[in-house]
Ligand binder design. Structure first.
Ligand code: MN
Length: 403
C-alpha cells in the first residue's frame, strides 16, 4: 500500500524532528484545554519568536515587509501575520485551525444541593458521546467576571495536589434496566451534572435558617479562594474537561493519548510552522486559530464573525489603501489550508470507513478535497487546480501526505 511506503520514508527521514514536535505538542495540550488558554500560550510563543501586538505597531507606523504581528479577538481567537514583499492586495497564504474542543460548559445558575451532594448543572458544547464523560476525573477551567469589574481565572484539577470532579454512574448491580438502553440514551446531556462536594459547612458558621449546608460550604470555599459570590457564576465561563496530562500511547510510544487533539493538533502545528519559518516571502503569511468551530463557527469569536475581515481592513488602512475593495481583493486573492482533524482508519471499526479513501495514522498529513454529508451537503469542494498546487508543493519538498 502506498501509505506504508510513505511511513517508511518518514521514519527514515527524521525521527528526532518528530520527537521535538511531539514533545512540544504534548506540552501545548497540557497547558491549553480551553480556547482562552490556547490563545494565551500562543501569544507567549509568538512573542518569544519576535511577534508584536498589531495594534501597538499600527498605532506608530504602517506595516512593512518582515513585520511579525499578532492580534486577538476577545481572548479566544488569534491571527498571526508575517508581512511579505508583495502588495497585500495580491492576497495571503493562510493556515487556519480551531482551538475550541467539545466539553461540558457550566450553566449560568449551576450550583445546587441534592440530598447532601453539591452539583454543577452543565450544558454540553460540541458533539460529544455523553457516556464517555462519566466516571472520569474532570477538571474545571475558565474565567469568572466578577461584579466589581475584575476577572479571575480558574483552573482546578490539573495540579496533582488539586481535587478533581466527576460525573457519576450507577453501580452494575442496580443497572439491569439501564443496560437495555441505547448508547445515545443511557447518559443524557441533562443528566450530566458534575459532583463537586459532600461536606457540610460547620453549624457554627452556617447562616440562620440555611438548610443547604453542603452548598454553603462550596460557596464559602469559592469566596475564600476566588473572592467570588454565587451571583458571579452568572458571568462566568467555566469549562469542564478531562483532568490530566497527555500521554504516549503504545509500548513503542508511537501515538499520543490526550483530550482536545481536535483541533489542537492542527492549531499547534500551524502555529509552529508560522513561528519557525523565517525565509523571505512574497505573499504575506497568516495563521488563524479560532473559537466556536465545534458549534458551527458562530458568534463574535467564530469564523463567521467579521474579526478577520476587520483585521485585514485595518492592515489595508495602515497601508494607505483605505477601501472596502482593497480588503475584498486581498481576501479573493488569498489561498488557505483550512485544517481540522480527519477520521483515521481503525481496523476495529472497519465498516465505518471507505478504506481506499481513508487516512491512516502515521502516514502523513491528510488532505480532504471536500467534506459534507449525503450529496456533499455543506461541503467546501476545493478546486482541482488548487489541489494540484498543494500536491506539487508536498512532492517537491518530499513530505508524506495522503488524501
Ligand atoms: Mn475539529
Amino acid at each position: 500500500m502506498e501509505n506504508k511506503s510513505a511511513w517508511e520514508k518518514y521514519k527514515a527521514k527524521d525521527l528526532k524532528e518528530l520527537d521535538r514536535v511531539s514533545e512540544g505538542y504534548k506540552e501545548f495540550l497540557d497547558s491549553c484545554k480551553t480556547e482562552r488558554e490556547c490563545v494565551k500560550k500562543t501569544i507567549e510563543m509568538a512573542e518569544a519568536a519576535g511577534y508584536k501586538d498589531l495594534d501597538k505597531v499600527l498605532a506608530k507606523r504602517a506595516p512593512k515587509e518582515g513585520d511579525k504581528l499578532y492580534t486577538v479577538c476577545m481572548g479566544k481567537t488569534l491571527a498571526l501575520f508575517r508581512i511579505g514583499s508583495e502588495d497585500l492586495e495580491n492576497g495571503m497564504n493562510i493556515l487556519g485551525a480551531h482551538i475550541d474542543s467539545p466539553r461540558l460548559d457550566v450553566k449560568q445558575n449551576p450550583l445546587y444541593e441534592s440530598d447532601g451532594f453539591a452539583y454543577l448543572d452543565t450544558h454540553y458544547y460540541g458533539g460529544i458521546k455523553k457516556y464517555q464523560w462519566i466516571t472520569q476525573p474532570m477538571a474545571i477551567h475558565g474565567t469568572v467576571a466578577k461584579k466589581d469589574g475584575s476577572t479571575v481565572d480558574v483552573c482546578v484539577g490539573e495540579d496533582p495536589a488539586d481535587p478533581v470532579f466527576c460525573f457519576t454512574d450507577l453501580l452494575i448491580h442496580l443497572s439491569a434496566e439501564r443496560q437495555q438502553k441505547k448508547a445515545s440514551e443511557v447518559i443524557t446531556g441533562e443528566g450530566l451534572d458534575l459532583l463537586i462536594g459532600n461536606m457540610p459547612l460547620a453549624k457554627t458558621k452556617l447562616a440562620k435558617g440555611e438548610k443547604e449546608a453542603v452548598k454553603a460550604n462550596i460557596l464559602a470555599f469559592l469566596k475564600d479562594k476566588y473572592g467570588m459570590e454565587e451571583a458571579d457564576l452568572l458571568s462566568a465561563e467555566l469549562e469542564i474537561v478531562p483532568a490530566g496530562k497527555a500521554r504516549d500511547c503504545g509500548f513503542d510510544r508511537s501515538m499520543v493519548l490526550a483530550y482536545g487533539q481536535d483541533d489542537r493538533v492542527c492549531a499547534y502545528t500551524s502555529v509552529l510552522a508560522m513561528l519557525e519559518e523565517n525565509a523571505k516571502i512574497g505573499k504575506t503569511a497568516c495563521c488563524l486559530i479560532v473559537d466556536k468551530e465545534e458549534i458551527g463557527s458562530v458568534g463574535a469569536t467564530g469564523m463567521t464573525s467579521f474579526f478577520f475581515e476587520n483585521t485585514v481592513a485595518k492592515l489595508m488602512t495602515a497601508l494607505g489603501k483605505d477601501s472596502f475593495a482593497a480588503t475584498r481583493r486581498c481576501l479573493a486573492n488569498s489561498s488557505m489550508l483550512s485544517s481540522d482533524v480527519s477520521a483515521g482508519y481503525d481496523p476495529l471499526y472497519a465498516e465505518a470507513y471507505d478504506k481506499r479513501n481513508a487516512a491512516f495514522i502515521s502516514c502523513g498529513v491528510a488532505f480532504n478535497k471536500f467534506t459534507g454529508a449525503r450529496g456533499k451537503s455543506g461541503s467546501n469542494d476545493a478546486n482541482a487546480e488548487y489541489v494540484e498546487k498543494v500536491r506539487r508543493i508536498m512532492d517537491d519538498e518530499d513530505v508524506s501526505f495522503q488524501f
